[in-house]
Write a protein that binds this ligand. Structure first.
Ligand code: AMP
Ligand code: ZN
Length: 485
């Protein structure tokens, strides 16, 4: 028996906990199948660009998946693309969002959906979402599956027909509203849902809507031409792609009272199984104290962030500074501070990688970073510990690299290969048009035309460069990675 081989320290044995809206508490994560985590996230309605609030939902799901993946799970994910049937508001009345987008952009619903799906995928790429195990199915590709599910609900006696279409009868399902509590559903749902004349109960919702002559999207069904209600797409896609019972379902807190309770009701009646074991919800972001809304005109897009010369990952850093379950307030000032902090972090990370020469050493700090993230995604505490370790000169480069590597796996901030920001670039290596702007600016400064030189500075900043005045003229430092300049 002697000598014992010294055991390698386990990467981490820390258990994973998530706050589960279904149980109302922090639950130990145990997957249905060992080693596999199935996860569904309600995705974008692609009738317009996604604002930074929508992107918070995507980032939240990404961090959950990263924690599971780093913990050894094979994470099978779906984010649905809603390209049909979603009304403005969560109810069944009003305008269809895709029809609104089609009229605005003078395009077909399909072209509108294509345009904004592409933009969403580009946004999440810039935000470093790990998309390797994600499928992005579109609702319009799963019409047959949605019809099949409605038929099952009809056969089981949970639906009724009206002139408007087919409705789910919530009075037949005693567990209706179990997510977040029935009282809350009544309160929030009651305030938001208009009881249409044809509906039997307040919370009943459309599974299939009879087509109106002007509807651009219509499909044949056993109930005549029409289109599916919004909620059924999630239930049908989950069942088809991930199975009747999944591990994790995510979304914004706004979806708890109506959309997610409706998904649960449909799926559990149709499948005879609980839909998801863990329901994880992220809180909302407000902008300068106000709710994000079209009518206030305060929607901020990722492209607005880049246009201000801030790195797209500054938004990721900004969100990681707080718990995903707390509402946060956005201001340009706090985003600029996040951008600066991230730029400094990249600088120290670059140094660490260089000093450690690829040798990382497992430490208590690394174990703690992992444990913090597994404890309900304590991103703020993990970031704080990362800073503390990297700044501590007593800590060896190997230990620092270990912490950096573990943190990067779950935070996704490009810490191991930071983008080429904050490294001044020689003028000759810049694109020709940027060289020309610099030349013009130096000429303007020589003849003291400061208004012109300021305009040229602003133009260079918009292109993604910080502008400084060096002894022999303009010095530019990129604030965006090369692919974004
Ligand atoms: P929607 O396209 O409206 O269904 O939104 C897509 C996702 O973004 C959903 O999970 C919403 O809950 C989420 N979401 C929308 N607005 C915000 C916001 N202001 N803050 C955080 N999440 C949001
Ligand atoms: Zn959904």
């Amino acid at each position: 028996m002697w000598p014992f081989k010294k055991a390698k320290p386990a990467v981490s044995a820390a258990p994973i906990f998530f706050t589960n809206t279904l149980s109302g508490k922090k639950d130990l994560y145990v997957s249905i199948k060992p080693g596999v985590a199935t996860m569904y996230s309600c995705g974008p309605t692609v009738y317009g660009p996604q604002h930074i609030g929508n992107l918070r939902a995507a980032l939240f799901a990404d961090v959950i998946a990263r924690v599971l993946k780093a913990g050894g799970f094979h994470v099978r994910r779906v984010i649905n693309i809603t390209d049909v049937g979603h009304m403005v508001g969560d109810g069944d009345e009003g305008e269809d969002k895709l029809a609104v987008g089609a009229a605005r952009d003078k395009l077909t619903p399909k072209d509108v959906a294509d345009r904004y799906t592409k933009q969403y995928l580009e946004d999440i790429r810039l935000l470093n979402l790990d998309t390797t195990d994600i499928l992005f199915p579109r609702a319009t590709e799963y019409i047959a599956e949605q019809i099949a599910m409605i038929k099952t609900l009809e056969e089981k006696g949970f639906t009724y027909r009206t002139t408007d279409g087919v409705y789910f009868d919530t009075s037949k399902y005693p567990n209706y509203g179990k997510l977040g509590g029935v009282a809350e559903v009544k309160l929030i749902g009651g305030a938001r849902i208009k009881v249409e004349d044809t509906k039997r109960n307040l919370h009943d919702f459309a599974l299939w809507r009879t087509a109106k002559p002007a509807d651009l999207q219509q499909w044949a069904s056993p109930w005549g031409k029409g289109n599916p209600g919004w909620h059924i797409e999630c239930s049908a896609m989950i069942r088809t792609i991930l199975g009747t019972e999944i591990d994790i379902h995510t979304g914004g807190m706004d979806h708890i009272p109506v959309h997610h309770n409706n998904e649960i009701a449909q799926s559990e009646v149709a499948n005879g199984r609980p839909l998801a074991r863990y329901w994880l919800h992220e809180a909302f972001i407000n902008i300068e104290g106000e709710k994000i809304s079209k009518s206030l005109g305060n929607e901020i897009l990722l492209s607005d962030i880049s246009a201000r010369g801030l790195h797209p990952l500054s938004l990721r850093y900004f969100y990681l500074q707080a718990s995903f379950r707390s509402p946060v307030n956005f201001s340009w000032q706090s985003l600029t501070a996040a951008n600066e902090a991230l730029t400094r972090l990249w600088k120290i990370a670059r140094e660490t990688v260089k000093q450690a020469k690829g040798k990382s050493i497992y430490s208590d700090q690394e174990r703690t970073v992992i444990a913090l993230m597994r404890d309900d995604l304590s991103t703020a505490a993990a970031l704080a510990l990362l800073w503390e370790t990297l700044r501590d000169e007593e800590t060896s480069p190997g230990v620092r690299l270990g912490v950096l590597t573990a943190a990067e796996a779950v935070l996704g901030l490009d810490l191991l290969s930071p983008p080429d920001v904050d490294v001044a670039i020689e003028t000759k290596d810049l694109p020709n048009d940027v060289q020309l702007l610099i030349l013009k600016r130096d000429e303007a400064r020589e003849v003291k035309e400061y208004a012109v030189s300021d305009e040229l500075r602003a133009e260079l900043e918009t292109r993604g460069y910080r502008v400084d005045d060096g002894p022999s003229g303009t010095i530019v430092t990129p604030t965006l990675p090369s692919y974004n300049r």
